[in-house]
Ligand binder design. Structure first.
Ligand SMILES: NC(=O)c1ccc[n+]([C@@H]2O[C@H](COP(=O)([O-])OP(=O)(O)OC[C@H]3O[C@@H](n4cnc5c(N)ncnc54)[C@H](OP(=O)(O)O)[C@@H]3O)[C@@H](O)[C@H]2O)c1
Length: 310
C-alpha cells in the first residue's frame, strides 16, 4: 500500500462528499419538476451544517448550471468548501490547452480562482491519455487546481495516467467510478485494490444506486425517467438486500437503508459522493458517518449483494 503524497493526503481524510449532478440536470434528474434552485441550496446548506465539505460537480452537469449554482451558494458562506469538477473530452477538443481553457470556464462559473480536484470525466478514444495528462499538469502547474484525477478509468487506463503524470512529478489523486452494493465491478476487477496500492483515492459515484438502495422504489413504483428503464432488470431482485439492510440499520439504532449503503462504501475504503436534491436527503446521507458496520454485517451485505449480482 502506497502512502498518499502530501498534496493528495487531504482527499484520503475526507470520509464522504456531496454530488451535484442533480443541480440543474433535467435529462436524468428532472430538475425543475418537484425541486429546483431553492431545494438544492438547502441541500448545500444542510451538508455544510453536517460537516460535509467536499462537493463534486462537472462542466457538463445541467450544461454548466451545477457549477453556476455552486458558485452562487459559495458566495453566501464563509465556510471552507472543497470543490471537485470535471473536464469532458468532447470530440472537438484537441490538445492539452483545451483542458486549461475548459478549467478556466469552470472557474468562471464557480467564481473561484482554483479548485481542489480537476478530473477527466471519461477516457477518450480521440485524445490520448498522455495529452490529457499533459493538460492536467498544465492546470496544476498554473495553480488552477490543487490536485488532478480521472474518472471512469479502468485499471490499465489508470496506470497509464498515473505513469504519465509521474513523469511530471504530479500524483494521480483519484479515480471516480461507479461503486455501490449494486455495482461492484471495480471491486471484482481489481481497480479498488490497485487504487489502494498506488495511494489513489477511489471516489464512489452512484453509491446509493441512484436512489434504489433507499428502498423507496419497487417494481410497482419504479423511479421516474430513464432510471425505470435502466433498472428494469435489477429492481425485481433487490428485495432480500433491502430487507437485510433494514435489519442491520435497526441494530444500529434505526439507521436507514441509505445510511447502511453509504457506510458499506466507506468500509470498503472508497469516498462516496451521494447526490442530494434537498435538505432532507443531504441530512439523511450525512447520517452514514459516525458509526461503523460490524465485520459480520459487512460480510452478510457482501454475500447478499453477490447473490443479486451473480
Ligand atoms: N463521474 C461520473 O461519470 C459520474 C456519474 C454519475 C454520478 N457522478 C457523481 O456522483 C454523484 C452521485 O451519484 P448519482 O447522483 O448518480 O447517484 P446516487 O448518489 O446513488 O443517487 C442520488 C439520488 O438518489 C436519491 N436520493 C439521494 N439521497 C436520498 C435519500 N437520503 N433518500 C432517498 N433517496 C435519496 C435522489 O433521487 P430521487 O429523489 O429522484 O430518487 C438523488 O438524486 C453525482 O451527483 C455526481 O456528482 C459522477
Amino acid at each position: 500500500m502506497a502512502e498518499p503524497s502530501s498534496e493528495t493526503r487531504f482527499l484520503h481524510a475526507i470520509e464522504m462528499g456531496l454530488g451535484a449532478w442533480q443541480w440543474g440536470d433535467r435529462m436524468v434528474w428532472q430538475y425543475g419538476d418537484g425541486y429546483g434552485d431553492a431545494e438544492v441550496h438547502q441541500a448545500f446548506l444542510a451538508s455544510l451544517n453536517e460537516g460535509i465539505r467536499f462537493i463534486d460537480t462537472a462542466e457538463i452537469y445541467g450544461n454548466g448550471r451545477s457549477e453556476r449554482l455552486l458558485g452562487q451558494f459559495l458566495k453566501g458562506t464563509d465556510q471552507p468548501v472543497l470543490i471537485a469538477t470535471k473536464f469532458l473530452p468532447f470530440p472537438w477538443r484537441f490538445g492539452k490547452n483545451s483542458l486549461v481553457r475548459a478549467l478556466k470556464g469552470s472557474l468562471g462559473r464557480l467564481g473561484v480562482e482554483s479548485v481542489d480536484l480537476y478530473q477527466i470525466h471519461w477516457p477518450s478514444p480521440l485524445m490520448s491519455t498522455d495529452t490529457m495528462m499533459e493538460g492536467l499538469v498544465e492546470c496544476a502547474k498554473s495553480g488552477l487546481t490543487r490536485t488532478v484525477g480521472v474518472s471512469n478509468f479502468g485499471q490499465t487506463q489508470m496506470l497509464a495516467a498515473y505513469s504519465s503524470l509521474a513523469q511530471h512529478n504530479i500524483p494521480l489523486a483519484s479515480n471516480q467510478v461507479h461503486y455501490s452494493l449494486l455495482n461492484r465491478t471495480v471491486e471484482k476487477n481489481g481497480t479498488l485494490a490497485r487504487c489502494k496500492e498506488l495511494g489513489v483515492r477511489m471516489i464512489a459515484y452512484s453509491p446509493i444506486e441512484k436512489g434504489l438502495l433507499s428502498g423507496k422504489y419497487n417494481v410497482n413504483s419504479p423511479p421516474p425517467g430513464s432510471r425505470s428503464r435502466n433498472y428494469a432488470n435489477l429492481l425485481p431482485k433487490i428485495g432480500p438486500l433491502l430487507k437485510l439492510m433494514t435489519e442491520i440499520g435497526q441494530d444500529h439504532g434505526g439507521k436507514s437503508n441509505v445510511q447502511v449503503a453509504l457506510n458499506w462504501v466507506i468500509c470498503k475504503g472508497a469516498l462516496p459522493i451521494p447526490g442530494a436534491k434537498n435538505a432532507n436527503q443531504a441530512q439523511e446521507n450525512a447520517g452514514a458517518l459516525g458509526w461503523k458496520l460490524t465485520d459480520q454485517e459487512f460480510a452478510r451485505l457482501d454475500e447478499t449483494s453477490n447473490m443479486i449480482l451473480e
